[in-house]
Design a binder for this molecule. Structure first.
Ligand SMILES: [Zn+2]
Length: 113
C-alpha cells in the first residue's frame, strides 16, 4: 500500500486517491492539420513504462484536488509530487519528462499560451 503525500492534506493512504493516468497530455494545438493517426495517438495511446512514470492523481476522498506524481512503476517509490501544469523538478523525473515526445508537445503548448 502506498502512502501518498497530498500537497494540501499531507501523507494519506493510497485508498483515498484515484490515479488519473499519464500526466502532461495536452490536445495538439494544430489538431486541424494533423492526420487521423496522429490524433488517435493523442487520444488513445498512453505511455506504459517500466520505470519512472509521470502520472496524475486525484485526492478523491480528501481535498478533491489533482496533482502530478513521478513514480517508479517497479518499486512504487514516489520520486516527486508536483503541481498540475508544471514540469517536474527532480533530476530523475525531469529526464523522463524531457525524453517523452508527448511532453515535448506539452512544452510547446505552454510556449504558445
Ligand atoms: Zn488532499
Amino acid at each position: 500500500m502506498l502512502t501518498i503525500n497530498c500537497p494540501w492534506c499531507g501523507p494519506r493512504n493510497e485508498i483515498e486517491f484515484s490515479c488519473g493516468g499519464e500526466a502532461h497530455i495536452s490536445r495538439p494545438s494544430n489538431s486541424k492539420k494533423i492526420t487521423d493517426n496522429e490524433f488517435c495517438e493523442y487520444l488513445f495511446l498512453r505511455y506504459n513504462p517500466k520505470g519512472i512514470f509521470l502520472e496524475r492523481w486525484h485526492h478523491t476522498h480528501g481535498c478533491r484536488r489533482w496533482f502530478n506524481v513521478a513514480r517508479d512503476t517497479i518499486t512504487h517509490e514516489i520520486i516527486e509530487i508536483y503541481e498540475m501544469g508544471k514540469p517536474p523538478k527532480t533530476k530523475k523525473a525531469k529526464a523522463v519528462f524531457n525524453s517523452n515526445w508527448r511532453h515535448n508537445q506539452f512544452k510547446n503548448s505552454q510556449k504558445q499560451d
